[in-house]
Design a binder for this molecule. Structure first.
Ligand code: TXE
Length: 480
């Protein structure tokens, strides 16, 4: 049984307590590797290594850091086949999805920030010939980067790349549910000759390994992506320590279809936004609002589109959906479907576990599910489910749908489908969401500030905002 190891000070090391946890393959429910059950001592060792490495890494030039990161991105590409298989085996997603999204984005995340750091500008304010003010932006030290299980390597690199590019060093804690690609990244770093101690990766449980990291006195900056509940906890424990904090949390994203939408585009995009990655993307469109005039026609078309989606072996290139990430998550989603039925929801398609014969029989497969007939303000339409389950809700007017869309505690993203450009811009301006798409979904420009409103998070990462997040501004005023 393969043992995943921690990556500390440039070496692969066992957890100090020698303990390991089972790592499951969601596609068949089998334990296929072991992950370190790390604890405070492992975090202390990693932070100490990162703190020591910071002395030299923070003094490197932007050009040097850019070249080292570009080399790391090339190494990720070199091992993309192995990373694709590992990502799919760890998370349950189809290999085709890992091949088109997760792994290419992992290296492009690193390339993006390796380039951005060379083109970042600083500010100067001139005072009528009396003085000039300029802003210096310096790295803070050891960045604690905590990433979730839904897009494991994609979201890990999204955090560590800007942290490293700006001269910080990193202690990363990937999700204990999907550790494999982070482990392979460690090996890639060693082969690429990545400077020792600059990046450290410690595996383990959220509280047992994560808490010592977020509350460590020598991690002045914390970047987290995961659930809103955990985000609240991290905000609570880091606030008294005056740490710089970025939280990318959950969402309950509206997908608004007006009667004047491009019908076929709206149907196909709604299905993609609902079920990509088994609905386990914080940006998934999980509430589909359809204007009354086209509601029945749209509902029929969406159900037909969904009936053609294949749930199956993640290794099979014809599978559109693989397995959800864990048995516990599968059971949570099934309980939400039961709750929807209790509330009077009507299952239009799906609603059950997909059970296969043979080697996949113990895998965590769920049918893509569409539910209608639930009030917009019921729990199912307010709380994130984070699985292949969406609700469809009719609306009459623009004002009504804006109120319903904005009714949740979240504000991460939204999609609007209309061929009326004034309406599209007007509704976008009134939706509580950090990211709004008009006539598309998940079209990402890495330069834009990315993040959510309300309980979808605080702070913005993405583009030059990430470079700002991972640096501290110092303003200097010089009298002329
Ligand atoms: O997230 P968690 P999970 C949502 C989604 C999902 C829910 C829980 O609703 O069902 O979050 O998913 C680490 N101190 N999203 O369990 O628990 C943990 O080990 C420090 C949306 O994956 O928040 C993991 O590495 N760290 C999200 C990471 O936090 C702690 C994507 C995320 O774990 C910790 C994923 C602690 N006390 C889930 N407790 C998005 N917005 O993309 C846990 N962790």
């Amino acid at each position: 049984m393969e043992k995943i190891l921690n990556y500390i000070n440039g070496e692969l090391v066992e957890p100090t307590n020698g303990n390991y946890l089972d790592n499951y393959n969601p596609s068949n429910g089998e334990v296929y590797s072991l992950i370190p059950d790390s604890e405070k001592q492992d975090i202390d060792n990693a932070v100490a290594a990162a703190k020591e490495a910071f002395k030299s890494w923070s003094k490197t030039t932007k050009q040097e850091r850019s070249e080292i990161l570009m080399k790391l991105a090339d190494s990720i590409d070199k091992y993309s086949e192995e990373l694709i298989k590992a990502e799919s085996k760890d998370n349950g997603k189809p290999e085709t999805l890992a091949a088109h999204v997760d792994i290419p984005r992992a290296s492009s995340n690193i390339r993006f920030f390796a380039g951005a750091i060379l083109h970042d500008s600083s500010e100067m304010h001139e005072m009528d010939g009396i003085a000039i003010n300029y802003t210096l932006r310096n790295p803070l030290g050891v960045a604690a980067c905590i990433s979730p299980w839904n897009l494991p390597l994609y979201l890990l690199t999204w955090k560590i790349a800007p942290a490293l590019a700006t001269g910080n060093t990193v202690v990363a804690k990937p999700s204990e549910v999907t550790p494999m690609t982070a482990y392979l990244l460690s090996k890639i770093c060693i082969e690429a000759g990545f400077p020792k101690g600059v990046l450290n990766i410690v595996h383990g449980l959220g509280s047992k390994t994560g808490d010592p990291l977020t509350t460590h006195p020598d991690t002045p900056i914390v970047s987290f992506t995961g659930g809103t509940v955990t985000g609240k906890h991290i905000a609570t424990v880091t606030a008294p320590m005056f740490k710089k904090l970025s939280l990318e949390l959950g969402g309950k994203n509206p997908n608004i279809i007006f009667a004047d939408a491009d019908f076929d585009k709206a149907v196909s995009t709604a299905a993609r936004a609902a079920f990509t990655n088994q609905g386990q993307i914080c940006l998934c469109g999980s509430r589909i609002f359809v204007q009354e005039e086209i509601y029945e026609k749209f509902k029929i078309a969406l159900v037909a589109k969904t009936s053609n989606l294949k749930v199956g072996d993640p290794k099979d290139i014809s599978s559109d959906l693989g397995a959800v990430v864990s048995k516990g998550h599968m059971e949570k989603i099934l309980s939400k479907i039961e709750q929807a039925k209790q509330l009077g929801g009507k299952i239009l398609i799906g609603g059950k576990r997909e059970i296969f014969e043979g080697e996949l029989k113990d895998g965590y497969y769920l049918q893509p599910t569409i539910i209608e007939g639930l009030p917009f303000d019921c729990d199912i339409n307010q709380e994130e489910i984070f699985g292949p389950v969406v609700t469809i809700i009719p609306f009459k007017t623009e004002q009504e749908v804006i109120e319903m869309a904005n009714s949740t505690k979240y504000g991460l993203s939204a999609s609007i489908f209309t061929e009326n450009i004034s309406k599209g811009h007007r509704v976008a301006a009134n939706i509580d969401a950090g990211v709004v798409w008009i006539n598309t979904w998940l079209l990402r420009d890495l330069r834009i500030p990315f993040g959510g409103m309300k309980q979808s998070g605080i702070g913005r990462e993405g583009g030059f905002k990430s470079l700002q997040f991972f640096t501290e501004p110092k303003n200097v005023c010089v009298k002329i």
